[in-house]
Design a protein around this ligand. Structure first.
Ligand code: IVH
Length: 719
């Protein structure tokens, strides 16, 4: 949503009353929606500065046109949002997320995957812990010499907000650890949550004070912990369950279950429903028992978490992407609701995809008000699945239909089904647009040359001329896991784009300079002030130096998400190296192409997208202009303990006997090495098992160091 009528660009005193009235109304709706996202979903989509600017404009309108100040006005309601700012804390050990599963079979697959990775037989004993997945927000609390020193929210996993003073007000969080053998450094991780009873009491108080209600206990807990005034946090009875740890100077136990007992002995609450299970059957039994008891627990949970009990196995299993291979969140089934599909809108994505969005009559699902849901793509609306098969028995989805939607935890709500009996007589099949709603270019479904099948996604062919794509690319560029420019939210981008102030990424970094020379300076405009402009420019300046992985991700290369960006950054070390390799890889026969596709985790589709991106002349120009403005920090070798193979390129070949290929690769990468699939001049070490063939010969020819598995373990140890 945005107040993009023409009047919002004028200063308030240039408006006529009807213009002011129209803008006041749009703005009021917009602010109310932001309040809802903030209070009910704890998921604001604009920065505090942007929100404040909207409010300021809203108040300015009422200042000049007092007739707008009715009892309905937002200024007459209590509960303006505070602009809160917390200092940041970097997590010394990243706070990761968990892989999810819904079906019982996924638990079986999870356990099988672990056995395969470890090369264990199906009957070798393997123990897991199983405990409820608490629906709150995670917190990392650092103790030094047994005393609480800092507490930080998860944030983006690498950096969270410093909520130390607030955490100290939580009864379940000890200020000083109890017991003996307390490690010098001990970071405890767990979940802050609110009981159903306390949640109800908080909402009663909110209502009595005329303040907005929280939609569910999780949002209320988040809203309570993220208060600038710890007195407010103290007045909300937050609880805490400990279930994990971050940096620890000396591990006091060698199993997950043992650690939970230690945490309890240190004075933490650990969930009483934590069990040890030695088979999938036991895990599922505990899951279903918890599911049955769910309503009686007195607090919200959204599934069960299984973790490999033996910590040395956890260490061996390591991580895939951002989640541990040794854990699984087995979520409870999604909650459903019935509502009416009022409209279908098309959003144009960063890569030109035409994404259909269902506008729904608002409905509460699992405590959250849902008014939008995804409709996936054109075929999905028609009742056709990914392989051309019928879904919903081939029933299509029409505007006006009564639909069943679901929502599972943090997943985007989906339209699942149609209640056909309630279909209005005049409902017509939905005609998916064949032109981009933003730029009018043709929108096509490409045919995959390999499979000969039509892509499910219809894409705008406008490329660089399509304003929607350009805006989405900019939004991606400044987003939290990319350049993370505070004060440059979606709304600001829309505004800057429309005015022609920022249309390409490089424009962001020349904005301050152009503004200084401009006749229409930002600080003199409605909705802005000296401070907000200064803050914005400071936020931009702070990002003139950016890490290679963020930079690579920010470019918005199709299929290159955060994980691929990180892999590329780690492999190439500098942007120059990545760019050069990507250009050279345009020749599919080149060594550069072989190198790119041999990077673990970079498949052929991703490699192709990278090559295409760097081939494009406009992208080259954009990169040159951007690199003249920003410094891309080279990726340092991963911060592992000293490793004799850090920075080296290793090739594993032949059959390995003491570890699986996957495990070998994960181990080498953990130690800071790059793993390649073929031997070249760049290879440092070849680890060869029995049956190694041409790669061994190539290594000999190039004079590369060759060792067997024992040699490898002698070099790197067994850790
Ligand atoms: S273990 C390395 N255990 O779920 C992973 N997480 O989806 C450490 N959560 O961010 C997390 N209950 O906020 C773990 N018993 C539990 C949990 C739990 C809730 C949350 C946590 C985490 C998220 C991951």
């Amino acid at each position: 949503m945005s107040a993009k009528n023409a009047s919002s660009l004028k200063s308030v005193d240039e408006l006529t009353l009807p213009e002011a009235r129209a803008e006041h109304e749009t703005l009021g709706r917009e602010i109310a929606e932001h309040d809802r996202r903030y209070y009910e979903e704890d998921a604001p989509t604009v920065s505090d500065a942007e929100y404040d600017a909207l409010r300021k404009r809203y108040e300015a309108l009422e200042g000049l046109f007092p007739e707008l100040k009715t009892s309905e006005s937002l200024t007459q309601k209590v509960g303006a949002r505070a602009s809160e700012k917390f200092a940041k804390i970097r997590h010394r050990v990243p706070m990761l997320s968990l892989a999810n599963g819904f079906a019982d079979e996924e638990v079986e697959e999870f356990v099988e995957r672990i056995r395969r990775f470890l090369q264990w037989k199906a009957d070798a004993p393997l123990v897991f812990t199983a405990e409820p997945k608490i629906d709150g927000l995670s917190l990392s609390i650092r103790y030094e010499k047994g005393r609480l020193v800092t507490a930080a929210t998860r944030g983006d996993g690498a950096e969270g907000e410093d909520v130390t003073n607030n955490a100290r007000t939580v009864g379940d969080i000890p200020h000083v650890l109890e017991g003996s053998n307390i490690p010098d450094v001990f970071e405890v991780r767990g979940e802050v949550y609110l009981s159903h009873k306390d949640f109800a009491a908080i909402n009663e108080r909110q209502e009595a004070a005329g303040k907005p209600l929280f939609a569910n206990p999780r949002n209320a807990a988040a809203g309570s912990l993220r208060q600038l005034d710890p007195k407010i946090t103290a007045s909300r009875p937050l609880c805490f369950f400990a279930y994990a740890w971050g940096e620890v100077s000396a591990m006091p136990a060698d199993t997950q279950y043992g650690m939970m007992e230690v945490l309890r002995s240190f004075g933490f609450k650990v969930n009483p429903l934590t069990r040890r299970c030695s088979s999938v059957a036991e895990m599922l039994e505990h899951y279903h028992a918890i599911e049955t008891d769910r309503a009686n627990l007195g607090y919200d949970i959204d599934g069960v978490v299984y973790k490999v009990d033996d910590l040395s196995l956890q260490q061996r299993l390591g991580f895939v992407s951002r989640s541990p291979r040794w854990a699984l969140a087995h979520k409870f089934p999604a909650q459903k609701a019935v509502t009416v599909l009022e409209d279908i809108e098309i959003n144009v994505g960063r890569t030109g995809s035409l994404n259909p969005i269902a506008r729904l009559r608002p409905v509460t699902v699992g405590g959250v008000v849902v008014s939008n849901a995804t409709l996936h793509n054109e075929d999905y609306i028609k009742g056709i699945g990914g392989n051309g098969e019928k879904i919903r028995g081939g029933v299509d989805i029409r505007i006006g239909d009564t639909v069943i939607i679901n929502r599972a935890g943090d997943v985007i709500p989906k339209v699942l089904d149609v209640v056909l009996e309630k279909r209005p007589a005049d409902a017509k099949p939905y005609e998916f647009p064949t032109h981009c709603p933003a730029c009018g270019s043709h929108a096509v479904r490409e045919v995959n040359p390999r499979t000969g099948k039509e892509d499910a996604v219809r894409r705008c062919t406008g490329g660089l001329i399509c304003p929607a794509q350009a805006r989405e690319r900019l939004k991606h560029f400044v987003s939290r896991n990319a350049f993370d420019i505070e004060g440059m939210g979606e709304q600001r981008i829309d505004e800057f784009y429309e005015e022609g102030l920022v249309q390409r990424p490089q424009d962001i970094f020349t904005l301050a300079e152009r503004n200084a020379r401009s006749l229409k300076r930002l600080e003199n405009r409605e909705g802005w002030g000296e401070t907000s402009v200064r803050n914005l420019f400071a936020a931009i300046e702070a990002r003139r130096s950016v890490s290679l992985n963020r930079f690579t991700f920010a470019l918005g290369i199709p299929h290159v998400g955060e994980t691929s960006a990180r892999l590329l950054a780690r492999h190439f070390g500098t942007f120059e190296a990545l760019r050069e390799a990507a250009k050279a890889a345009a020749d599919p026969e080149s060594e550069a192409h072989a190198e790119l596709t041999a990077i673990g985790g970079i498949g052929p589709v991703v490699a192709e997208a990278i090559v295409e991106f760097f081939k494009e002349e406009h992208n080259e120009e954009m990169l040159d202009a951007l690199l003249a403005q920003v410094n891309v920090e080279p990726m340092e070798a991963p911060a592992t303990v000293y490793s004799p193979v850090a920075g080296k390129t290793v090739v594993f070949t032949g059959s390995l006997e003491q570890m699986t290929r996957e495990e070998a690769k994960a181990m080498a990468e953990r130690l800071g090495a790059k793993v390649a699939g073929s031997v070249s001049k760049k290879t440092d070490i070849v680890v060869a098992g029995p049956g190694a063939g041409s790669k061994l010969a190539k290594a000999a020819e190039l004079g590369v160091q060759v060792m067997d598995e024992d040699g490898w373990f002698a070099l790197v140890g067994r850790g």
